[in-house]
Design a binder for this molecule. Structure first.
Ligand code: ATP
Ligand code: MG
Length: 393
């Protein structure tokens, strides 16, 4: 069936892409409705009046003219390129042009199609911009997160320092009283004229003993909080006992029980585990004292499952409200007033357990109180190697 001009016309008038014909001077001879819609003009306004470059962004005109001349001179039969057109409203329309040289009634002309690619170009530009700024944004975020880590470390050091000072202060209260009384007794005896050499000797000896104990306390606390550098082998149950003894020395109203069913060795930093346990124990103490529980008790159990060593700390302090329990490991989450809690305790616990000990820590309410479980999966770092020999001989 021969396809006549009418059919062609119908197709082009209804085409979804813009279609044009321009003459040798680039004057529009024909534009279809899709193209006029794209540019915001009517075909009457365009045909015979406008030249192709009138619609093109000034910066892209040289490219257009170049392509046009190449085709008109027969250098290339067709060209496909992108340019920016200007809508009647002044808005930029990104277009892709496919133009071909044609001979119409012996006259050199160009016919072509135009599609609107604004959406694609905008998306590409956004992507480019994103890529360009991504590196910068990652660097900024990294710096921010490092700064946050540094602040958290700083705060946790202060917290440890506070812990140490509070511990020493607690241990010193009694001996300071004793020293005070001893000095008063000397003064009193001297005033009454009964200060014998023997009396003097006894009091001095006693005072020196007390001072020695006080000095020892400083060393104990220093050692407890001193950061270790190289990982060492240590027994989980021994680490737990050490913390419990330390904790009991400052808290004597709470019944603390240890339940050791696993004497596994692990390789790492014992002081880190001490910090972890101490934070959990301190929280239990706070809950028990704050809620004035009648028979306050804490149980620390060292056990194992088929796949991991487990340390479990449970208390009977009433537990954590359900709506808060998911947030207790978040940094700066605290229900205590600013003087009592920074909200970094459990955040530190989580980061030490996960990053340094390659384990996990979870919490649940038992009905009577909170229960924290530290899971240290096998085959974990249970042997530092080199040291083992020395340790077992
Ligand atoms: N054993 C527990 N019983 C009840 N609530 C607890 C217990 N342990 C933790 N919490 C809750 O979790 C919160 C967060 O604990 P976390 O140790 O992170 O911070 P904090 O104790 O408030 O302050 P910080 O430890 O920094 O001094 C506590 O404020 C408390 O509300
Ligand atoms: Mg705490």
């Amino acid at each position: 069936m021969p396809i006549n001009e009418k059919l062609f016309r119908l197709l082009i008038d209804n085409a979804m892409v813009g279609v044009y014909i321009v003459d040798e001077e680039q004057l529009f001879q024909y534009v279809n409705p899709a193209l006029t819609a794209m540019l915001g003009y009517t075909s009457e306004e365009v045909i015979g009046t406008f030249r192709f470059p009138s619609f093109i962004h000034p910066d892209d005109i040289p490219l257009l003219v170049h392509n046009y001349q190449q085709r008109l001179s027969g250098e290339i039969p067709s060209a496909r390129y992108e340019a920016r057109a200007l809508h009647k409203s002044g808005r930029v329309v990104n277009i892709e042009i496919y133009g071909t040289y044609v001979d119409i009634n012996g006259k050199r002309s160009l016919a072509g199609t135009v599609i609107d690619i604004t959406q694609r170009v905008t998306a590409e530009q956004a992507l480019e911009e994103l890529n360009r700024t991504l590196e910068q944004r990652i660097a900024t975020e990294l710096a921010l997160s490092r700064e946050k880590d540094r602040m958290v470390m700083q705060q946790s050091r202060f917290a440890a320092l506070g812990e140490m000072v509070a511990g020493i202060a607690h241990q010193w209260r009694q001996p300071l009283n004793m020293l005070g009384m001893s000095v008063q007794a000397l003064q009193l005896a001297h005033g009454k004229g009964i200060l014998t050499a023997e009396f003097m000797e006894r009091h001095t000896e006693k005072s020196l003993e007390v001072l020695k104990y006080m000095s020892q306390t400083i060393d104990d606390f220093r050692n407890f909080f001193r950061p270790e550098t190289a990982p060492r082998n240590f027994r989980l149950d021994e680490a737990v006992e050490r913390v419990v003894v330390f904790f009991t020395s400052s808290v004597n109203t709470i019944a603390i029980t240890t339940d050791v069913q696993n004497r596994a060795t692990m390789c790492g930093h014992m002081n880190e585990l001490s910090q972890v346990l101490l934070n959990i124990l301190n929280n239990a103490r706070d809950a028990l004292l704050e809620r004035q529980v009648e028979a306050p008790a804490i149980v620390v159990a060292v056990t194992r499952s088929d796949t991991a060593n487990l340390i479990r700390v449970s208390d009977n302090g009433g537990g954590i409200p359900d709506e808060l329990i998911d947030r207790v490991f978040d940094p700066f989450f605290s229900t205590k007033d600013a003087a009592k809690g920074t909200g970094l305790g459990l955040y530190m616990v989580k980061s030490i357990v996960e990053k340094s000990m390659k384990g996990t820590v979870t919490v649940r309410n038992t009905g009577t109180g909170a229960e924290f479980t530290i899971t240290l999966p096998f085959p974990g770092a249970d042997d530092c190697g080199v040291e083992r020999k020395g340790e077992h001989t």
